[in-house]
Design a protein around this ligand. Structure first.
Ligand code: NAP
Length: 313
């Protein structure tokens, strides 16, 4: 962690005394590790539906209490964060909402926001405040052993509250993420989904597709693809190794935005195809010069600290 981020993290108040994390995978276990490190006075309760994950979480001593039943885990918590795949967020939340403490902040970490907001909001009791969030930080690994305490340091966390959410609850959740080293931004859920469709979801779809195409080829063998992968293919394989369930849910729940970006991408790809066919080098040079400048901006913004790893979701 760099010095300013560390100082900000140490100064931030721990405004949630008891924090329940529902789902003990990569993000849930990273949150537990980060809370232990940056807010040692907070009490952490974790829950997972899988008894083996529950045992592992206990072995790793990531929480003060680990429960199989999410209803027991959320009772008395000041902050509850859903850390499960987007496709099951609403069902999991419905199972425990009536057990939430009055004044509790309910949040999530899902990579798609509009569907989560629309599906969960109608079930949230009046005295509970729902503030959806998405840490734009992650890896291609899953499960409780994959988590890291510094996963959110120097990464963005986007909060997407509904218009009528009291601003003090949004500010409390922002302070929480900032204490873990994140920089925060607030935007609408729909805008989030458009932005992430192009910066994350489309890159993952392209990676899944290109690795699948290479696997299907008859003229180039699989061993040749692996042997010569340093030519660019290797970086796509890292992204295409991301969790299948999580990514199925992302594409199915951000359908409109992904299809819109995919249509734009296909149009632009056709222009490149045409330029190559007709020997139009100027079109290629113009695009490649523009994209090189974007790469420089990404590096300057500090979002490339552990390259090569584009495609954090
Ligand atoms: P993960 O490592 O696979 O962990 C997900 C956990 O949720 C697993 O323990 C899983 O249990 C549990 N779960 C699945 N279905 C459940 C259900 N119906 N009821 C209760 N628990 C259930 O995934 P993750 O990477 O932490 O992702 C969690 C969330 O974070 C997702 O919404 C994802 O979009 C978001 N996110 C991920 C990343 C990333 O890079 N991975 C980054 C930012 C945000 P089982 O093992 O039994 O299925």
């Amino acid at each position: 962690m760099n010095k300013p981020a560390k100082e900000a993290a140490l100064k931030a108040p721990a405004s949630f005394k008891t924090i329940a994390l529902i789902g003990g995978g990569l993000i849930g276990s990273s949150l537990a590790r980060a809370i232990r490190q940056f807010m040692p006075e907070s009490i952490i309760v974790m829950s997972d539906r899988d008894p083996q994950v529950v045992s592992r979480l206990k072995e790793l001593q990531l929480a003060h209490r680990v429960e199989l039943d999410s209803r027991s885990a959320v009772q008395g918590a000041d902050l509850v964060i859903l850390c499960v795949p987007v496709g099951v967020c609403a069902d999991v939340a419905k199972g425990f909402v009536s057990f939430l403490k009055e004044g509790c902040v309910l949040s999530d970490v899902g990579s798609v926001k509009a569907s989560v907001l629309d599906e969960i909001s109608p079930h949230v009791p009046e005295n509970v405040h729902f503030v959806p969030a998405h840490p734009v930080a992650g890896t291609e690994h899953s499960g409780p052993d994959a988590g890291k305490a510094d996963l959110f340091v120097n990464r963005w966390t986007i909060l997407t509250p509904a218009d009528n959410t009291p601003s003090d609850n949004v500010a409390r959740l922002e302070a929480f993420w900032q204490a873990l080293g994140s920089t925060t931004e607030v935007m609408t859920a729909r805008h989030h989904d458009l932005v992430l469709a192009v910066t994350s979801h489309l890159p993952h779809l392209i990676a899944y597709n290109i690795v699948g195409t290479a696997d299907d080829l008859e003229t180039v063998t699989q061993s040749e693809v692996i042997k010569f992968s340093a030519g660019g293919f290797r970086d796509f394989t890292r992204i295409a190794a991301s969790d299948p369930v999580m990514w199925r849910d992302i594409f199915l729940h951000n359908k409109e935005a992904v299809l819109e970006m995919l249509a734009r991408f296909s149009e632009d790809l056709s222009l490149l195809q045409r330029a190559i066919r007709w020997g139009d080098g100027d079109t290629l040079i113009n695009l490649f010069t523009r994209t090189r400048a974007i790469r420089r901006s990404v590096i300057e913004s500090g979002q490339d600290t552990d390259a090569p790893s584009f495609g954090r979701d």
